[in-house]
Design a protein around this ligand. Sequence first.
Ligand SMILES: Cc1cc2nc3c(=O)[nH]c(=O)nc-3n(C[C@H](O)[C@H](O)[C@H](O)COP(=O)(O)O)c2cc1C
Length: 493
Amino acid sequence: MKFDDLREFIAKAQELGEFEQINGAALDEIGGIYAINGEKQNAKLFLFDEIPGYPKGHRVATNVLSSKKRGRLAANIPLDLEGKDLEAFLSKRLEEKKPVPPEWVTSGPILENVVEGDDVDLYKFPAPLWHELDAGPYIGTSSACFELDPYEGWVNIGSYRSQVYDRNHTGLHTAHGHHGQVIRDHYFEQGLDCPTVLSLGQEPSLLVATAENENWGVSELDMCGFLRGAPVQVVKGKTGIPIPASSEMVLEGYIMHPDHEPMRNEGMFGEGGGHYANSVPAPVVRIDTIYYRNDPIICGEPPYKRVVGRGSYLPGNEVQLMKMIRDAGFHDVVGISNAGPFLVVGIHQMYAGHAKRVADFVMTGLRNRPPKYLVIVDEDVDIHDPKDVFWAITSRTDPQESVHIYRNNWASAVSPRFTPEQEEIPLEHGLTVGCVLIDACKPFAWKEQFNPVNDVSPAYRKRIMDKWGEYLTEEPQRGDGRGAAAVARGDTM
Ligand SMILES: Cc1cc2nc3c(=O)[nH]c(=O)nc-3n(C[C@H](O)[C@H](O)[C@H](O)COP(=O)(O)O)c2cc1C
């Protein structure tokens, strides 16, 4: 299903009974309401209006993708698919994936209001204090930030948070290693400011595509066109970077080279890992133009420790990782999953060093940073059952042989685990951390002699079930505690 703008999507949420409008909440209350609502499974979409100090109609939408139905609708995935059917759908779509470039148009709702120069005043729009200890208001927490690479000419999109500093300056936290940081620094290394467009409220498929971590050189804008089955319509602003024609509000300007505009402290800000991220000096965005629709809606989706993340409602990650692993030639990888803090990869071991080779590839960071904890297991372990995975770790490893530390890996800049000494390094580009591989496979050299698994084998299970199944099949109990088999036999209590 394709939506033309955020408003159409909100109307659909309303139709599904997944919508609530809240009038009168203050800027330092919206974050708490959003967070407590987001702790629920399938939280409703909340639309805040009549925010004290702002004109009626200047709205904030939260929890936009916080339900299974809304996640699926935004990602254009049929609502009724589950299990193998869902996997087949996602795999097929991945095989067919191809860029659908945007369509340039000359007008659109985003041009209803355009203010520039001295008239730019971010304080006219509601930017909540999302968490109690945040350094200030954040206007972009669910945004799509567009940057055009100066060398190769393609447009990247990422969602990067933006703190409001004053009437016409914001921050922009582009974590090191994200394409947005690399493109910005392609300008900085030439002594130039980096032009940018920040869409603060948009049709949700754009946000789904934005967070996709596409490969270098692949525009998420084109992939959004594929995802929704129609090109995204865009208009040209002052910088030439595409502006989504149906966005609610867009800021256009320049990420300023630190020699032209001093860096300012960005954060602290409540982060996804469940801790606040420290305040660090970062380049500033100078906003030259604000575009907005009448009665604009700013989207907000800041991380919180207990908020159920959008990832829970957007299937497909494992399918994409499997494709990358297979495309790299690892045909013996049987599956990939998550168990608690572990990324789990199941393999069919065929040679000595096989498990470590697969691990080394996964540790390069597929689609994102390397996993902090990676486990490789044999194919007899159910990677979708954490109990089975933990059993393999407990029983098949010798920690002095099976645990490998990878040092100095690409890591999130907002980790609370950097030491105070590391934090002293005056770098906005962040630091590295270690990662752990647990090789929980049977050692290949004596795999065939490894002690047998102490479980009821499939053949023995079948023999027993065929004969004694009436006692062993789970069945609803009657009020008197007798199962159906006992009732059928006429057993008395
Ligand atoms: C709602 C939301 C907020 C995000 N906030 C940030 C952020 O503040 N900084 C950041 O570097 N990444 C953030 N991310 C993750 C990136 O947007 C995401 O990894 C993206 O794919 C990076 O794209 P890039 O490598 O093309 O730059 C956020 C993602 C989402 C969905």
